[in-house]
Design a protein around this ligand. Structure first.
Ligand SMILES: [Zn+2]
Length: 401
């Protein structure tokens, strides 16, 4: 599976733009993960539920077949997830070939999720990135067949049985992974393959709508089958349904932001800090405003950092009031030129998981701040305007309605 560096839609109240953006930008569903190492620059993490899942498999096998069966079962699971990891690295290495950075991959009991900084809107690139994962499983399955494994559906039905050789089981499971991931629904790879194929014909936004609707149809079907066959499918169905909606929302949002100047969605009245200021001065500023993020600017007026409310309070506790803002701020502040469009700022908010984007003029001086809140307010305004209202070139919408 592939995921953008942001979480799928979590809270209800989906019609509220503020919630939609806040949830997608701020929530990190992978919080409960442990890092177990790095493979060529991509951190490999395991979710805590995955470890619990391994423990549960071990205990169940131990109870039914004693220590030998328990160790065999555990070995099988570890090998299986090595195949899942290989699948994810299929996505990761293809994405990198297109210049997309891939910060991490997380193993969950339901599979792996490779986080990509962005998913190319160029259909051919998305197609190749998406299909590379299942292709890895096909290669592994056929490699095992060449090594003497037997493929048959029966082995899959009793995949947890110790009667069938480990190699046979792994070959069958890899084939199953390839087929399962090609289900044409987000967030499965098949959903992206479908969108890429459609996008080359009908444009990206429309292709996403069609692919998302298809995915939701598949989710209903899965849920229905799950009612009669395996309740686990119902959970997968809910997951697929939410992911499909979230993907459609994100793309619609980005499409809407495309023609809008970034200056329409920035705030211009806000408090600033200097790197030399002491933390207690910053706290005074914090108390005077309701701002949650403070830009830090140098003497030339250029943004050099960001300081959040939480970080400030933490710094006060840990380092005391005399610490310098420069030592406690986050020195990474994404910036966008004041002549650019909003979709660029939106992309930065998502990709960098940044709380704010600094808007700078031609000389690099800070002129405004774009946060999820200001974007949400602007888009609500946009929605409230009559159909067909166009944005002035670089002006604010002026009381239309
Ligand atoms: Zn995949």
């Amino acid at each position: 599976m592939i995921e953008l560096s942001l979480a799928p839609l979590a809270k209800p109240d989906p019609d509220h733009y503020l919630n939609r953006i806040r949830v997608t930008v701020r929530e990190d569903s992978m919080r409960w993960s442990l890092s177990i190492g790095t493979i060529s620059g991509t951190a490999v993490r395991v979710h805590i539920t995955f470890l619990l899942f391994l423990g549960w498999i071990f205990a169940a096998d131990y109870a039914s077949g004693g220590p030998d069966e328990a160790w065999t079962g555990l070995l099988f699971m570890v090998l299986l997830f090595a195949c899942v990891l290989a699948h994810e690295f299929g996505h990761i290495f293809t994405a990198r070939a297109f210049g997309v950075s891939t910060p991490n991959v997380t193993l969950l009991p339901i599979g792996g999720v490779a986080q990509l900084e962005r998913i190319p809107e160029e259909p051919r690139q998305e197609f190749l990135i998406a299909i590379a994962g299942p292709a890895v499983n096909v290669v592994i399955a056929f490699g095992l067949v060449l090594a003497g494994a037997h493929l048959n559906g029966g082995a899959l039905a009793s995949v947890d049985s110790a009667q069938i050789s480990m190699v046979d089981r792994l070959a069958n499971v890899n084939l199953f992974l390839a087929v399962f991931n090609m289900i044409p629904a987000f967030p499965m790879d098949g959903g992206r393959v479908l969108r890429a194929l459609l996008a080359s014909r009908m444009g990206y936004t429309r292709a996403t709508e069609v692919a998302a609707a298809t995915g939701q149809g598949v989710a209903f079907l899965l849920g229905f089958i799950g009612l009669f066959w395996n309740p686990l499918l119902i959970f997968i169905a809910i997951f697929v349904y939410l992911a499909a909606s979230s993907e459609a929302h994100m793309v619609a949002l980005r499409a809407m932001a495309r023609g809008v100047p970034v200056t329409n969605a920035m705030m211009t009245q806000f408090a600033k800090l200097t790197p030399q200021a002491h933390v207690d001065e910053a706290v005074q500023t914090l108390l005077r405003t309701s701002q949650s993020e403070f830009p830090v600017i140098d003497s030339a007026g250029k943004p050099v950092g960001l300081l959040g409310r939480g970080d400030l309070i933490r710094a006060l506790k840990q380092l005391g009031p005399d610490a310098r803002v420069a030592d406690v701020m986050s020195p990474k502040v994404p910036t966008v030129g004041h002549r650019r469009c909003l979709d660029e700022a939106l992309r930065l908010l998502q990709e960098k998981s940044a709380p704010a984007v600094a808007v700078v003029d031609a000389d690099g001086r800070l002129v405004g701040l774009v946060t999820p809140e200001t974007v949400g307010e602007m888009l609500m305004l946009h929605q409230a305007m009559p159909q067909g209202t166009t944005w002035g070139p670089w002006s604010r919408p002026s009381g239309a309605g």
